[in-house]
Every structure is written in structure tokens, then in C-alpha cells.
Design a protein around this ligand. Structure first.
Ligand code: ADP
Ligand code: MG
Length: 636
């Protein structure tokens, strides 16, 4: 504003800063509503949201939304709810009039979408509004014209129709802010979509300019997961459904459920993120941060995860009266919610998945209950039935079985398993071979290596293709993370090199090695100056003992140089581990024996999040027999 003392410039005539004092007066009702409308109604989609909220609060089973010109010319919402009695119609349009709460106590535990009693009044102050409603016990409906206040009898089945015409006609300045009809229509549709995902039990229909745009039928299933799955398929496409995972965490205070998209269907825009608190669509930092952190190391670049998540929480533990549009909420204990969401997603993402992308998902592999069926030897049946020429050597193959153990045990044994992966030890030969068909392995039996990059395996569904570097990298990374987690403050288990590996280092590398000595020790690395321009690597993490020590040292130093050495926070820590894993993982073009390939497949089955590499790319794909048949036009 003008801060000068001379009110003579041309700007001062536009921005008068010296106004004669006027008497204090109460604002007229109409103006109060118009001011309130500025907060509640930003665009046609806001009206759609408020009217559908009201229809849902009236226990409707079917809701029809009719729009014209992107909602600017007309928004009509028709429902079959319990209606409004004749003598309450006029009150419904008044400011601060509601049937939903009557005291503070009810506000604190409100279960309806509305409660502020201002939406209809606000909308009526900036548009032409009419209400047509009939309750079940009335002989006919009543029509109220908001502008003239006249009531007349009109035909109607039980329910309510609210018509809103010429939005912002009274406030042309606001109207100018509207975008094209197509854009406004898209926003209106998104508003209906948000409601529809939360209420699969209600049918929704949307018309635009006389054309049917969307119709989502009510789902009759009692089971919430099934109903949600059906509605998600209808509203967001069947692809979303096929490429998503169920989430469910029953907590004592916070209950989290819904579906999340697989990391490889994450999108460039955050346009498929639906979060609900007690059935209300919200945009909330606590929730979105928890989701992001769960996806952190399976998501590629800046991709946005896809999800429909429902958080059910005691209404007394969340304040919904934070924002007029109620799109923001305040949790009494944000940490509790963050943790619940994070844990729910971690569990969903970590469960190793098997089977074809579009086949029904087989039962998840659980570590907790060891079953004897999970330890078949490799190639046992094949070698018996195939001529010797094609057979797999059974004795050596059997050496690589990875018996399933309770989970903690698996963690404890993984160092050995990983080493055994590349260097078979006699210990493994002691396991007695057990007769079992190899199709019990979700990722199947290795049959070949392709171009030094892919492993081909045969499972019950058909062909499995594995990116061996990506898969092994994930296994090593998860292993390192577990070691860090289990060890708390103790360094990663390390192993001295027989002959220290020296390399010519840059001044930055030498300086970083000196300043980050504690972090390096923590990571199981001993990198010390050998001369002014030489560094020597003396110890490496045992898990990475097979890799190139110099390359490992170089990339860790490069990464450390970018961070504030004193505070290598969790995130940076994981990045470091990922870098290290990349070096520890088997390189492309390394010829693997069938035994090594099978060992890798079994490791994948036992490793959390093994379906994506550390950069969010898939590590394996299933080609079903049906898809293969399709390639050859079989059975047509
Ligand atoms: P709020 O929803 O916050 O109560 P509104 O201004 O949106 O405030 O609505 C005012 C009142 O009008 C509601 O409390 C409700 O009693 C009634 N009402 C509005 N729309 C409907 C509807 N579709 N069916 C039944 N009653 C309705
Ligand atoms: Mg309302």
C-alpha cells in the first residue's frame, strides 16, 4: 500500500487511505451470506459438493446431478432422501440453520457431512435457487423459490431437488474467475467422484447438457472391501483395480483401509489421491506425508502415488470445523494417524506378491508360519520325466533349496543366504531333498538366462521374467536396511579386506573420508587416507563383500559429500544404503547357473518389497499361458 505522506499521486485516488469515519453498523443478512459464499463457493464444483453432501446426509440411495454449461448455467441435484417438511423449507435457506447439530457436544462428535448450516444460504445469495421437496408423510411436494420466497404445491416423489441457476449472476467479478465450461465440468465431475468413492452403497448419475456422462450403480455387497473394489473399478477404471493392492489395518484408535496403486502405476500428477477421514474427503498433510514416506523407496523419481484411503477415527479425536469447506481437518494426535497410515501401507507394499498381473492374486506369502510345502528341491520332477539331454542336474540343484523359516530367522540368516547365493557352501548340501512340484514356488523354476540380463522361469501361471540386477539390488538393499534397523546404533556387520584396496582420490574424496569417519564406520566401511592423494579401503560391509570395494567407496563418498555429514538423517541413510546395494548387486552380463538363478528367485520370494527395484521399476513380470497362447492365436 501507499506508505508515503503525500496523498497526491495518481495511485492514491485508486487506493484511498484516508476515509472519513463511518458509524459502526451490522451488515445486512444478504451481504453476510455473500461474504460467506466467497469462502464456501469458489466455483460450480463447490456447489455440487455441498448439494451432494446434503443429499447424503438425507440418507439418499440414489443421487442425480444435472449440469448445464459446466454448472455455470444450471446445477440441479435430485435425491430420494427423507426430504424437507413444508414448514422448514424457508428456514433451510436461512443462515446458520441446520437440522444436524444443536449444541457444542454434538458439534464435537458430528457424524454428518454438513453442520454449519450456511451452504444453502450462501448459494442462494449468489445464484437463483429453488427447493422442491417432499417428505414420506406428505401428500405432495412443495416448491420454494428462494428469491421471491413463495411456496407452492408441486408434484414430487419423496426426496429433494435443489436447482441452482446462473451462479455468480449477482457477483460478476467472481464470475470472471471461472474457467472454460469444460474445465468447470471436469471439476464438478471430480467433486461427484470424491463422494462416489466414499459411498459405494449409493447410486450416482451425472448429466451434462442433456447427455448422460456417468452412471455408477449402488453396490449391494455388505463387505466394504468388495463394495469399494467395485466402485473403484467403475469410477477409476478396471485397470486401477488390477494394478492396486488392498490396505487394511485395524487399530484400536485409528482404522485404515482402502486400496493403493502399485508403484509402477504412479502418475506424474497427484490427481488420483483420494483420502477420507470418517467418510469425508480431505486434503491433509499428515496423511499425504505418511503415504509418501511409505512409497519413498519404491517410487520412481517425482512420481505421485495413486490411492483411495479411508481413515476411520473416533470423531472426538479429529476436528472437522477448521475450514468452511471442511476439506481440511485437524487431528488431535497427528503422529498417531501418521503412524497408522504408514504402517498400513508398509504392510501392503511389503507383502511379496506373486501370480500374473491380471490373475486373481494368490495367497500372500507369510513368513510367520513355516510350512513344509515351501521347501521343494529344484527340478526334482523335471529331471525324472525329461530325457537326460534336457534335464537339470538334481543333486547340485537340490543344494540350493531355501527352506522357509520364521521371519526373524530369515533375517538372521540372510547374510549367509546372500553369500551362498554366489558361493554355495557345504552346509546347504546337507538339506534332504523333499519331493514337491516346483509350481508351488510363486516365482517358479529358473529355465534360462536371456542376454545376461533376464532370468526366465516357469511357474504355474506360465512364464516369469526377472530383471536380475534390479531384483538382486532390492534384496541386498532390504537386507542392509534390516541390518541397520536391527542393529540400532551399532555399525553394519563388516569384513576386513585381505589386501586393502587403494585408489587415487580427489581432494574432496579425501576430505569427505576424513570428516565422515563416523558415518562410514556406521556403514561398515573403513576408508582411510593412505597418502595425500590416495585412499585405502580396509573394511567393507559383509553383505557387500563380493562387490568392487573401490567403486563402492567412491560412490558412498560422492553421496556423503552432498549431505551434511553431521546429520545423515534416515532419508539420506536409505539413499546411501541404496547406492551401496547397487554396487553389491549382481551386474548385467554375469553368467548365472540355474542354481544361482533359482537361489535368486527364492530370495525374492522371501524379501519384502521385492516386486520393485530401489528405483521403483518392476523387478519381475508374469506372462500367463493365456497371454502366450494369445501371441500364437492358439485356441481361436
Ligand atoms: P448443513 O448441511 O450444514 O446443515 P445447509 O445449508 O447445507 O446446511 O442445509 C440446511 C438444512 O437444509 C440442512 O440441515 C437440512 O436439514 C436441510 N437440507 C438441505 N438439503 C437437503 C436435502 N437434500 N434433503 C433433506 N434435507 C436437506
Ligand atoms: Mg450442507
Amino acid at each position: 500500500m501507499n506508505t508515503g505522506n503525500t496523498p497526491t499521486s495518481s495511485a492514491s485516488s485508486l487506493v484511498p487511505h484516508t476515509q472519513p469515519r463511518r458509524a459502526i453498523r451490522e451488515l445486512p443478512d444478504e451481504l453476510i451470506s455473500q461474504i460467506a459464499a466467497g469462502e464456501v463457493v469458489e466455483r460450480p464444483a463447490s456447489v455440487v459438493r455441498e448439494l451432494v453432501d446434503n443429499a447424503l446426509d438425507a440418507a439418499s440411495r440414489n443421487i442425480v446431478v444435472r449440469l448445464q454449461a459446466g454448472g455455470v448455467r444450471l446445477i440441479a441435484v435430485e435425491d430420494d432422501g427423507f426430504g424437507i417438511p413444508r414448514d422448514e423449507l424457508t428456514t433451510a435457506l436461512k443462515r446458520h440453520s441446520t437440522s444436524k447439530i444443536s449444541n457444542l457436544q454434538e458439534l464435537e462428535s458430528v457424524g454428518t457431512m454438513g453442520f454449519r448450516g450456511e451452504a444453502l444460504a450462501a448459494i442462494a445469495s449468489i445464484a437463483e435457487v429453488s427447493l422442491l421437496s417432499r417428505t414420506a408423510d406428505a401428500a405432495h411436494g412443495w416448491l420454494l423459490n428462494a428469491r421471491f420466497g413463495d411456496l407452492q404445491a408441486a408434484p414430487r416423489t419423496t426426496g429433494t431437488t435443489v436447482e441452482v441457476r446462473e451462479l455468480f449472476y449477482a457477483t460478476p467479478a467472481r464470475r470472471k474467475f471461472l474457467k472454460s465450461d469444460a474445465t468447470e465440468l471436469a471439476h464438478c465431475l471430480e467433486a461427484v467422484r470424491r463422494h462416489a468413492l466414499a459411498r459405494p452403497d449409493v447410486g450416482f448419475t451425472v448429466w451434462h447438457d442433456g447427455k448422460l456422462l456417468e452412471q455408477w450403480r449402488a453396490c449391494v455387497q455388505d463387505d466394504g472391501d468388495t463394495a469399494l473394489a467395485q466402485r473403484l473399478g467403475d469410477v477409476l477404471s478396471d485397470d486401477f483395480l488390477a494394478e492396486s493392492l488392498p490396505v487394511r489395518r485395524e487399530g484400536s484408535a485409528v482404522h485404515v483401509w482402502g486400496r493403493i496403486g502399485l508403484p509402477d502405476v504412479a502418475r506424474a500428477r497427484a490427481d488420483r489421491q483420494f483420502a477420507y477421514v470418517n467418510g469425508r474427503y480431505v486434503r491433509d498433510k499428515v496423511i499425504s506425508h505418511a503415504v509418501r514416506s511409505a512409497f519413498e523407496d519404491v517410487l520412481h523419481g517425482h512420481k505421485q502415488p495413486v490411492y483411495a484411503l479411508f481413515i476411520d477415527i473416533d470423531p472426538a479425536r479429529v476436528d472437522v470445523n477448521v475450514h468452511p469447506t471442511k476439506i481440511e481437518v485437524r487431528f488431535r494426535d497427528g503422529r498417531e494417524v501418521h503412524q497408522a497410515v504408514r504402517q498400513a501401507l508398509d504392510a501392503a507394499l511389503a507383502a511379496p506378491r506373486a501370480g500374473a498381473d491380471n490373475a486373481p492374486a494368490p495367497a500372500p506369502i507369510t513368513f510367520a508360519t513355516p510350512t513344509p510345502t515351501a521347501q521343494p528341491p529344484i527340478g526334482a520332477t523335471t529331471s525324472e520325466h525329461l530325457p537326460g539331454f534336457w534335464s537339470v542336474p538334481v543333486a547340485s540343484a537340490a543344494a540350493f533349496q531355501t527352506p522357509q523359516r520364521p521371519r526373524d530367522d530369515v533375517i538372521g540368516h540372510q547374510v549367509r543366504d546372500l553369500q551362498a547365493l554366489w558361493r554355495p557352501t557345504a552346509a546347504h548340501l546337507e538339506q534332504p531333498p523333499v519331493e514337491h512340484p516346483s509350481d508351488l514356488w510363486p516365482l517358479g523354476r529358473a529355465i534360462a538366462q536371456l542376454h545376461g540380463i533376464y532370468i526366465l522361469a516357469e511357474n504355474a501361471q506360465g512364464l516369469v521374467l526377472v530383471d536380475m540386477h534390479a531384483a538382486h539390488e532390492r534384496i541386498v538393499y532390504e537386507k542392509l536396511k534390516q541390518q541397520v534397523g536391527v542393529q540400532a546404533d551399532r555399525p553394519l556387520p563388516s569384513q576386513p579386506l585381505l589386501i586393502p584396496a587403494t585408489f587415487a582420490a580427489t581432494p574432496t574424496e579425501v576430505a569427505t573420508a576424513e570428516t565422515c569417519i563416523d558415518t562410514l564406520t556406521q556403514l561398515g566401511l573403513d576408508i582411510a587416507p593412505f597418502s595425500a592423494q590416495t585412499l585405502a579401503v580396509r573394511t567393507v560391509p559383509s553383505t557387500l563383500a563380493q562387490g568392487d570395494a573401490v567403486e563402492l567407496a567412491r560412490s558412498v563418498l560422492a553421496e556423503l559429500a552432498q549431505h551434511d555429514a553431521a546429520t545423515v538423517v534416515q532419508r539420506a541413510h536409505n539413499e546411501l544404503l541404496a547406492t551401496m546395494a547397487c554396487h553389491g548387486a549382481v551386474r548385467a552380463n554375469r553368467k548365472l547357473t540355474l542354481e544361482e538363478m533359482n537361489a535368486l528367485l527364492r530370495q525374492m520370494e522371501h524379501t519384502e518389497r521385492s516386486d520393485q527395484c530401489n528405483h521403483g521399476r518392476p523387478t519381475w513380470r508374469q506372462l500367463s499361458l493365456k497371454e502366450l497362447d494369445g501371441l500364437f492365436l492358439r485356441g481361436r
